[in-house]
Design a protein around this ligand. Structure first.
Ligand SMILES: Nc1nc2c(ncn2[C@@H]2O[C@H](COP(=O)(O)OP(=O)(O)OP(=O)(O)O)[C@@H](O)[C@H]2O)c(=O)[nH]1
Ligand SMILES: [Mg+2]
Length: 420
């Protein structure tokens, strides 16, 4: 196991100050490093007004870290922040060891977890795009030759370090991804045309999304106490008590300051979230920073432009919360929330009931213009919706109706809903 020394920084200047407390940042960085399969030998905290251009934390501090590294036998230094390529190089020179920043650490974890072809291509693309501007001259930074973290591609293959070859590889990967997404789009279209409702599970990494998917659908998706166990979207069907079929989609977990490179690379995967009829936000209610975790998830959703979706906030892991009053307070603080334990299968019935109520019982007002050629869709509307007004205009029908949210989403996707 590579021995890592961690460096975290608290900035005081408003522009750089993080919303997270340093202790929480430290804890999360240790978890990330553990998930990357490294051993932590020490953690150094730095306090600065703002980043220093040359060495990020200043040359003096870098030299101090170099001494600590020698003392502790560290082989690599991991920063909990992102560094520019020159900062990274200057730090490597001053410290005399390989320096990895936050984005590269997370990319490395993703590289280890990628299994599907799509996952592997997405991660490798993000890794190479991160590396390219950081390679000087022909490529190859000396410190990168040693192997270990920062040099691993998906499936333990080594990352290409030659500039020209990287460029070629990037364009090949982009082509490949386009093809994969074309196929996926086709699958998605078929799924939406069927009579299925899609429910996506989103949440901070390690919140218990896969455990919930398993408990709800009696499946066997990998769930582990480490960050980013799930990378590939996994779908499982469930038949609700009223015999309606739904599909749960479990996707990659979110993180505070999730690197933009990764959001970009995983955009197609994450866009499935936007297409769901309901979003289930799984939140670890036993975490002392439950609000920060929730905010981080909402920030990523915002970046994905997922807005105005019906969301149930699932307060998970209540078996680990000793004080029931804490759960009651959280239930009040989070809109449309429900407290469960995915692991102990506590209160899952209520969650299923809530889902089926939202999907099939509660009605929303819709105005739509639908071509008469959509016979199947129209008969579905006449069966499930309560029609307020109906008017024929040329080849189309103008409707005002109260209908289940699922049907409204279907009309939305086809572009038939009137924008009010
Ligand atoms: N005590 C307790 N532990 C839980 C509960 N739900 C999940 N866990 C544990 O939390 C850890 C993470 O669970 P996962 O289901 O893998 O979490 P995830 O959200 O899918 O995580 P990623 O895929 O890594 O983003 C595992 O060790 C689970 O056993 C729960 O209700 N109670
Ligand atoms: Mg998971």
């Amino acid at each position: 196991m590579e021995k890592a020394l961690l460096v975290t920084v608290e900035f005081f200047d408003k522009k750089y100050k993080d919303t997270w407390k340093l202790d929480d940042t430290n804890f999360e960085l240790k978890e990330l490093v553990r998930s990357a399969g490294l051993e932590v030998v020490d953690l150094v905290e730095c306090f600065k007004d703002k980043p220093v251009a040359g060495h990020f934390i200043g040359k003096g501090k870098a030299e101090e870290i170099s001494l600590i590294c020698k003392d502790k036998g560290a082989e690599v230094v991991i920063f909990g922040e992102d560094l520019t390529s020159s900062q990274q190089q200057n730090l490597e020179e001053s410290i005399g060891l390989k320096v990895i920043d936050r984005t590269q650490l997370i990319l490395d974890i993703f590289a280890r977890r990628a299994h599907s072809t799509e996952g592997k291509v997405q991660v490798e693309l993000a890794q190479l795009e991160y590396l390219l501007p950081r390679l000087k001259g022909k490529g190859i930074m000396l410190s990168r030759l040693g192997g270990g973290i920062g040099t691993r591609g998906p499936g333990e293959q080594k990352l290409e370090m030659d500039r020209r070859k990287i460029r070629d590889k990037i364009s090949k990967l982009k082509d490949e991804l386009k093809k994969i997404h074309g196929r996926r789009e086709e699958l998605r279209r078929k799924r939406h045309e069927g009579d299925l409702s899609i429910i996506s599970l989103v949440g901070y990494t390690n919140a218990g999304k896969s455990t919930l998917l398993n408990s709800l659908t009696d499946s066997d998706v990998l769930s582990q106490d480490r960050l980013f166990s799930t990378l590939d979207p996994t779908a499982r069907r469930l038949v609700l008590p009223n015999n309606q079929k739904v599909v749960f989609v479990d996707t990659v977990g979110f993180l505070h300051k999730l690197p933009h490179h990764l959001i970009e690379a995983f955009k197609a995967t994450l866009e499935e979230v936007a297409e769901a009829d309901i979003i289930i936000h799984v939140l670890d209610a036993s975490s002392p920073i439950v609000h920060e975790l929730s905010d981080a998830v909402h920030e990523v959703l915002e970046e994905l432009e997922v807005r105005g979706k019906t969301m149930i906030t699932v307060l998970n892991k209540i078996d680990k919360v000793g004080d029931r009053a804490v759960v009651d307070r959280l239930l009040k603080e989070f809109d449309n929330s429900i407290a469960i334990s995915a692991l102990m299968k506590e209160n899952l019935d209520e969650l299923v009931q809530r889902i089926s109520m939202i999907l099939f019982a509660s009605l929303v007002y819709v105005r739509a213009v639908i071509p008469q050629s959509e016979g199947k869709l129209l008969s579905q509307i006449y069966k499930e919706a309560s029609i307020i007004s109906r008017e024929y205009k040329g080849e189309s029908v103008c409707l005002e109706a109260d209908m289940p949210i699922r049907l409204k989403n279907l009309l939305d996707k086809k572009g038939f809903c009137d924008k009010l």
